[in-house]
Write a protein that binds this ligand. Structure first.
Ligand code: WT7
Length: 650
C-alpha cells in the first residue's frame, strides 16, 4: 500500500443478486443503464440535475440560483420560497390522495389509528395555530420529546408550517440530555406527552421534562399530548394539554412562504468528545433530496404501505418516516413499541395484518431477529412485502442473506442505504429496479452525489484498497452548519482532508465501483502495521453458525501494536467454551486470513449499544484494554449490559 494511512480490506463477497425482472419493469428506475445514464448526466451538470428534482416540489416562488458554494457553506435554491408542510399536505388535497391514508399507526397496546391527508392537514393547521397562540414565531425553536405517535409528526409539520425550527429529542433520553439540547438552541416551548409504551411498560415522559425544565430558563410553555392517561403534574401557567389548546383555535392556518434556506430542524448527534453537535438542516435542498431519494430508493407508489421502523427521534425518522414519504403522498405505517412485545413475532404479525409492502430497518434489529429464531417470521404470511431496506451500520453478509431469504423469500430487492445525520438523506444505495446487489455493500452513489475513497492527503486509492470515505461536491440535503458554531462545523467535517467533506467512515471501492463501508475510522485496528476495519472481522465472526452478534476492538499489544479482542453473543441454545473459541479463530483465519484471528474472544449475553442501536466500541475498547471504563456512558441504552461485562471481567 502506497499510503500508510489507508485501511486494508480483507473481505471478499461474490454473490450477486440482480433486480427481479418484474420489479425492474415496474420500477421508477428500470435498469442499470438508466442509472448510469442519470449518474453521468448529473455528474456533468449537478446544478441542472438537482434543479430538475426540485421541480417536483411546490414553490411559492422559484429560485434564482441553484447553488451558492463557498466552502464549507452551501446555499441551495437561493431566492426560492416554499413550505414543507404545504408540500407534505396541502398539495395532495387537490388530488385523489385527499382521502388516502397518510399515516396508519399501531400502538404497542394494540390500538390502530388511520389519518387521511385531509385529516392530517387539519390537525397540523390546528396545532400550528396552537403554537402561534403560545407566541411561537418564525425562526423560534421548539423541542419535541414524544413517544412514537402521529402527534409527533403533527407537531413537526406544524412547526414547519409556521417556520419554527424543531428539535426532536428521542423519547429515551434523560432529563440532562433534554436540558443540554433545549438550552443549546434556546427553545421557548417543549411539546411532550404524559408517556408512551415500550416493552409493556409505561415510559413517563412528562416527569422527565419536569426535571429538565427546572434548568431551562428560556422555556415558557410545555404542551402535553395525552397518550397514556396516567396521573402527571401540570404546572398552571406553564403546562397545557394539547387537546384543550387545540379546541381554542381554528383549523385554518395558511403555510408561511419561507426562504429555501430557512432552518427546518436541528438534530443533535453525539460527538466523540464534549457536548452534542446540533446538526442544522434547512428547507428547499433538504426536501428536494429526501423527496427524490424516497421515490427512487423505496420505489414509492401510491398503493404502497411503507414502514420504516426508525424512531422519529433519529434522522431516519425525520427524512424517511415523515418528510420524504409524506411529500411523495405515500401511506406511512408507524408502530409505537418494541419488536418483541408481546412476543418476538410482533413485526411479522404487523406486516401480515397491515400488508406492509416496503420495510426499512437496521442491521442491529435484523441480528436480533436472527437470534430470536426464524420460527417467528415463518409463522406469518409476509408475501405483501416487495422491497426491503437497511440503514445505520454495515450489514454483515450473513444477516443480509437471512433478511433476503427468510423475510424477502428471495423475491425482494434489498436497499442498503449509506448516509448520516449530517447528510440528511441517503447518498450511497442500490436502486431496487436497477442495481444488482451484493450482500454487505451499499453499492453505488446516487445520481448527483460525488463520493470517493481517499488517503489522508486526499489522493484516491485504487480498487479494493481501503481509505477514507469523502464527499467531493456539495449536495442539497447536506447539513449547513452546527447550530451556533460555524467553527466547530469546519473543524469537524472539513479540516481532516483538504477540500472534501469527511465524517469518519472508512471504506473501499471494489472493481465494480461498489462501496463497502468498513466502519468508523476511529474503530480501525492496527495489527502489525495492517489497518483492519472492525466491520469485516465482525462479519466473518457472524458468518459462523454459532454466532449471533460480534463486536471487535483493538487493545494495546507490545508485539503487534494492537491485538484483536472480540466480544461475541451466541445463537440461542449455544454455550461458549474454549473449543468454540478455537473454532471461531480458525473460522476467521479461513474467511479473512491468519492476520485477523482474534487474540481474545469473550462470550457475553449482550453488547453495549447506543439508543439508536450502534455498538459502543469505545466502551469495549476500554474494557479490553484493562477493564476500566472511564468515558461518557450517557448514550448507552442499557447500563446493566456494561455492568455484566465488568462482572465477567472479575
Ligand atoms: C453512520 C451515521 C443514516 C441514518 C442512521 C444513522 C453508519 C449508516 C450505513 C450503511 C454502513 C452505515 C456510518 C455512518 N452507517 N448507514 N448502510 N452501511 N454504515 O445515522 O447516527 O448519523 O450514523 O452510520 O458509520 O457514518 P447516524
Amino acid at each position: 500500500m502506497s499510503d500508510q494511512t489507508a485501511i486494508e480490506s480483507v473481505l471478499t463477497e461474490e454473490r450477486v443478486f440482480p433486480p427481479p425482472p418484474e420489479f425492474a419493469a415496474n420500477a421508477h428506475i428500470k435498469s442499470f443503464e438508466e442509472y448510469e445514464k442519470l449518474y453521468a448526466e448529473a455528474a456533468d451538470d449537478p446544478a441542472g440535475f438537482w434543479a430538475k428534482q426540485a421541480e417536483a416540489l411546490h414553490w411559492f416562488k422559484k429560485w434564482d440560483t441553484v447553488l451558492k458554494w463557498k466552502e464549507p457553506f452551501a446555499e441551495w435554491f437561493v431566492g426560492g420560497k416554499l413550505n414543507i408542510s404545504y408540500n407534505c399536505l396541502d398539495r395532495h388535497l387537490t388530488t385523489s390522495r385527499k382521502n388516502k391514508a397518510a399515516i396508519i399507526w399501531e400502538g404497542e397496546t394494540g390500538e390502530i389509528k388511520t389519518i387521511t391527508y385531509l385529516q392530517l392537514h387539519q390537525e397540523v393547521s390546528r396545532f400550528a395555530n396552537v403554537l402561534k397562540s403560545l407566541g411561537v414565531k418564525t425562526g423560534d425553536r421548539v423541542a419535541l420529546y414524544m413517544p412514537l405517535v402521529p402527534a409527533l409528526a403533527v407537531a413537526m409539520l406544524a412547526c414547519a408550517r409556521i417556520g419554527a425550527t424543531h428539535t426532536v429529542i428521542f423519547g429515551g433520553f434523560s432529563a440532562d440530555a433534554i436540558r443540554d439540547r433545549v438550552n443549546d438552541c434556546q427553545c421557548k416551548v417543549i411539546v411532550t406527552a404524559d408517556g408512551g409504551y415500550r416493552r409493556g411498560s409505561e415510559i413517563r415522559l412528562k416527569d422527565v421534562v419536569d426535571e429538565a425544565v427546572e434548568h431551562c430558563p428560556d422555556v415558557t410553555d410545555v404542551v402535553v399530548y395525552q397518550r397514556t392517561g396516567s396521573q402527571i403534574k401540570m404546572r398552571p401557567g406553564r403546562d397545557h394539554w394539547w387537546h384543550e389548546l387545540t379546541k381554542t383555535v381554528d383549523a385554518d392556518c395558511p403555510a408561511e412562504e419561507l426562504d429555501s434556506e430557512h432552518p427546518l430542524y436541528i438534530l443533535y448527534t453525539s460527538g466523540t468528545t464534549g457536548k452534542p453537535k446540533g446538526i442544522l438542516h434547512t428547507t428547499g435542498g433538504y426536501l428536494t433530496q429526501t423527496v427524490y431519494t424516497s421515490k427512487v430508493i423505496f420505489d414509492l407508489k401510491d398503493e404502497d404501505i411503507y414502514w420504516c421502523t426508525a424512531d422519529i427521534g433519529w434522522v431516519t425518522g425525520h427524512s424517511y418516516v415523515v418528510y420524504g414519504p409524506l411529500a411523495n403522498g405515500a401511506t406511512v405505517f408507524m408502530y409505537e413499541g418494541a419488536p418483541n412485545h408481546p412476543a418476538p413475532d410482533r413485526f411479522w404479525d404487523i406486516i401480515e395484518r397491515h400488508k406492509i409492502t416496503i420495510f426499512y430497518t437496521a442491521p442491529t434489529a435484523i441480528r436480533a431477529f436472527i437470534k430470536w429464531g426464524e420460527q417467528h417470521p415463518l409463522k406469518h404470511d409476509l408475501t405483501s412485502l416487495r422491497l426491503l431496506g437497511t440503514v445505520g451500520e454495515p450489514i454483515n453478509p450473513e444477516a443480509w442473506m437471512w433478511y433476503h431469504q427468510i423475510i424477502g423469500k428471495g423475491n425482494c430487492p434489498i436497499v442498503d442505504t449509506w448516509w448520516q445525520t449530517e447528510t440528511g438523506s441517503a447518498m450511497i444505495s442500490p436502486l431496487p429496479g436497477a442495481t444488482p446487489t451484493v450482500p454487505g455493500t451499499a453499492t453505488r452513489p446516487l445520481p448527483g452525489i460525488v463520493v470517493d475513497v481517499v488517503t489522508k492527503s486526499g489522493k484516491p486509492v485504487g480498487p479494493g484498497e481501503g481509505g477514507y470515505l469523502v464527499i467531493k461536491h456539495p449536495w442539497p440535503s447536506m447539513l449547513r452548519t452546527l447550530w451556533g458554531d460555524d467553527e466547530r462545523y469546519k473543524q469537524a467535517y472539513w479540516s481532516e482532508i483538504p477540500g472534501m467533506y469527511f465524517a469518519g467512515d472508512g471504506a473501499r471501492r471494489d472493481k465494480h465501483g461498489y462501496f463497502w463501508i468498513m466502519g468508523r475510522v476511529d474503530d480501525v485496528i492496527n495489527v502489525s502495521g495492517h489497518r483492519l476495519g472492525t466491520a469485516e472481522i465482525e462479519s466473518a465472526l457472524v458468518s459462523h453458525e454459532a454466532v449471533a452478534e460480534a463486536a471487535v476492538v483493538g487493545r494495546p499489544d507490545e508485539l503487534k501494536g494492537q491485538a484483536i479482542a472480540a466480544f461475541v453473543t451466541l445463537e440461542g441454545g449455544r454455550t461458549g467454551n474454549d473449543e468454540l473459541k478455537d473454532a471461531l479463530r480458525t473460522h476467521v483465519a479461513h474467511e479473512i486470513g491468519a492476520l485477523a484471528k482474534p487474540d481474545d474472544i469473550r462470550f457475553t449475553d449482550a453488547l453495549p449499544k447506543t439508543r439508536s442501536g450502534k455498538i459502543m466500541r469505545r466502551l469495549l475498547r476500554e474494557l479490553a484494554s484493562g477493564g476500566h471504563v472511564a468515558g461518557d456512558v450517557t448514550t448507552l441504552e442499557d447500563l446493566s449490559v456494561l455492568e455484566k461485562l465488568r462482572e465477567d471481567e472479575e
